[in-house]
Each structure stands twice: as C-alpha cells, then as structure tokens.
Design a binder for this molecule. Sequence first.
Ligand SMILES: [Zn+2]
Length: 140
Amino acid sequence: MYRCSACGAFNRVAEGHTGEPICGRCKRPLDTSGAPQAVNAEALARAAASSPVPVVVDVWAPWCPPCRAVSPVLDQIAKERRGKVVVLKVNSDESPLPHLGIQAIPTFLIYKGGREIDRKSGALPKHLLDAWIAESAAAG
Ligand SMILES: [Zn+2]
C-alpha cells in the first residue's frame, strides 16, 4: 500500500506492476520507492486515521544531530518495508505537534488501525529500529 505524496490517498499497487504507477485519486505519478514522505500535522492525522497499513512517524528537527544521524537509517528501513508500512516525517519546528505530548526528538510513533500503538524516543541502530517497527507493526 502506497501513500500518494500529492493528495494523501492510499493506493494498492499489484506485485509485478509494470509501467509507472499512477494515483487512483489524483492521477499523478505514485512514488512506490517506500521513501519517507514529509508531512505536516494535518496530513499526519489524516494518514494515521485512514492508512490500511501501519504508519511509522519520525518527529524530528533540523537542529537535532541524532535526528540527522537516524534519518538515513529510517530511509533504508522504509524502502526495505515498502508497501508494508508507510513512513512519514514531521519537522516539529515547522509543524508542532503539541497534542501528542512529545518530550524528546527524535520520537518515532507507530499508528495502526487509526490509533497510536507504540512510540520510542532517541536514535537507534538500524537493527533495533527495524525490529521495533516489525514487532509493533505485527502487534495490536
Ligand atoms: Zn494522489
């Protein structure tokens, strides 16, 4: 399942699909690389509420060295798990999330079935972050 970065719609793309996938709603090209997508608070809320697959959110800020360190790690994980999870990034300077009560950054949140099922703060090595995402995505 892939989120359209243009309109936010979720699209199913058949395995072995050839040609460039197009979003069913807005007809724009659909990014199926699995790469994290930058969203604001409103787009995050809509995606978390409507995604058919688990949503992993990276709440980060440009001035935060651990955020910058973990960013390429999350990027790799997102691409490896493409289609199975949707990875979003919220720049907390540009789009504050006071309603989420985030105490530290980076904070990772996992949404499933429209609700937050887990969160974790701090940069993690790839195998730990990936294992946490896999466990959380399978639970709940
Ligand atoms: Zn679209």
